[in-house]
Design a protein around this ligand. Structure first.
Ligand SMILES: [Fe+2]
Ligand SMILES: [Fe+2]
Length: 332
C-alpha cells in the first residue's frame, strides 16, 4: 500500500446529522470506534467515513495494479530464470492485491467499473512512486527493498483499520509484501557481494534515484496532511505520516549498511538523544508536481493501463460468457 500519500484530494464536508434516529446511530458508531471495535459492511456508518474509505481503498487498489507496470518492464530481461520466476510471482501478487482491495471497496457501494473508469479518466489517484522509471535491473531490487518496504510500514497499521473488510484484506496483503521486500533485498545483496564493480555501481545508482521518492510515499508532513486528523479519529489511520517515515528511515539506514550502499542524504546521521536517525529536507515541490500529473512517467503509465484494459476486453467477455454457461448448466 501505498495509501497515506494519496490522501490528498479535497475533503468532502460531513453531512449534518439531522434526525434523532441518525444522532443515535452516530453515537453508537462513535462509541464502537472509541472502543477500538470494527465496522462491517452491513453496519450503519456516516457518509463521510464511507467516502473517505472508498477514496483510500480505491487509490490503494489502483496503486497495486499500476505498480505492476514498472516491474513488468523487466520480466523479459530478468538475468536468470529464477529471478524471472520470482518477479512474475511478485507482479502477480500485486494484481491479487488490487483484486482484494477493489472487492473491499465494492462492499461500500461503489462498483469496480466506476473505480476503473475514474482511474482511466485521470480522476483517481494512485501512488506517485509508480510514476518513476525503472532504468536498470537494480531498480527491480530497489523497488522490492525500498518501495515494498515503505509499503509494509504503511500497511501493517492498516491491518487494524476500523473498517473490517479493509483490515482483513490488509492482513493477507502484508504477508505477501514481506516476501516482496525480501526478494528485492536478496537480489541487491547478490549484486553487492558477488557482482562486478559495474553491478555495484548500478545498485548505488538505483538507490540514489529511489531513496527520496520512497520517503515521499508516507505522504506530506503531518501538519499539511489534509485528512490525517479525521482518519486518525476514525481509526482508519493509526500512525502519523512523519512517525511512519521516521520508522522506515531508522530500519532502512541499518539495512543499507549491511548491503554496502550509501543513502543519498548528507544529513543522515544517528541521533543518540532522539534515538532516531536525523535526515535532510524532502523536496515537497517534486512530490506535488508528480501527484499533480507531471512526473517522469505519469502519462505513459495511464496510457499503458488504458491500453491493457482495451486489449483485455475479449478476455473479460470470454470469462463472462463462460460463467453464464456454467450457471445455465447448473440450473439445468
Ligand atoms: Fe502489493
Ligand atoms: Fe508488493
Amino acid at each position: 500500500m501505498y495509501t497515506q500519500m494519496m490522501d490528498t484530494q479535497g475533503a468532502e464536508k460531513a453531512k449534518a446529522v439531522t434526525t434523532l434516529e441518525e444522532q443515535e446511530l452516530m453515537r453508537r458508531f462513535d462509541a464502537r470506534i472509541d472502543d477500538g471495535g470494527f465496522i462491517e459492511a452491513k453496519d450503519w456508518m456516516p457518509e463521510h467515513y464511507r467516502k473517505t474509505l472508498v477514496r483510500q481503498i480505491s487509490q490503494h487498489a489502483h496503486s497495486e495494479i499500476v505498480g505492476m507496470l514498472p516491474e513488468g518492464n523487466w520480466v523479459t530481461r530478468a538475468p536468470t530464470l529464477k529471478r524471472k520466476a520470482i518477479l512474475l510471482a511478485k507482479i502477480q501478487d500485486e494484481g491479487g492485491h488490487g483484486l482484494y482491495l477493489y472487492a473491499a471497496a465494492e462492499t461500500l457501494g461503489t462498483s469496480r467499473d466506476q473505480m476503473i473508469d475514474a482511474l482511466h479518466a485521470g480522476r483517481a489517484k494512485y501512488s506517485s512512486i509508480f510514476n518513476y522509471p525503472t532504468l536498470s535491473w537494480a531498480d527491480v531490487g530497489v523497488i522490492g527493498w525500498l518501495v515494498d518496504g515503505a509499503a509494509i510500514m504503511n500497511q501493517v497499521p492498516l491491518c487494524r483499520c476500523s473498517y473490517a473488510p479493509y483490515a482483513r484484506a490488509m492482513i493477507r496483503i502484508c504477508r505477501e509484501e514481506s516476501f516482496h521486500q525480501r526478494q528485492g533485498y536478496d537480489a541487491l545483496l547478490v549484486m553487492m557481494r558477488d557482482g562486478t564493480d559495474a553491478q555495484r555501481a548500478m545498485v548505488q545508482d538505483a538507490v540514489n534515484r529511489w531513496w527520496w521518492p520512497s520517503l515521499m510515499m508516507f505522504g506530506p508532513p503531518d501538519g499539511e496532511s489534509v485528512h490525517s486528523a479525521q482518519s486518525m479519529r476514525w481509526g482508519i489511520k493509526r500512525i502519523s505520516n512523519d512517525d511512519l517515515r521516521q520508522k522506515f528511515i531508522d530500519a532502512t539506514a541499518q539495512q543499507a549498511g549491511v548491503l554496502g550502499v550509501t543513502l543519498p542524504d548528507p544529513h543522515l546521521k544517528w541521533n543518540e538523544e532522539r534515538g532516531h536517525y536525523d535526515f535532510g529536507p524532502i523536496d515537497w515541490d517534486e512530490f506535488w508536481r508528480v501527484v499533480g500529473g507531471d512526473g517522469p512517467c505519469n502519462r505513459e503509465r495511464l496510457a499503458e493501463r488504458v491500453k491493457a484494459w482495451e486489449e483485455g476486453e475479449w478476455v473479460r467477455e470470454a470469462a463472462l460468457a463462460h460463467a453464464r454457461k456454467q450457471s445455465m448448466k447448473e440450473a439445468a
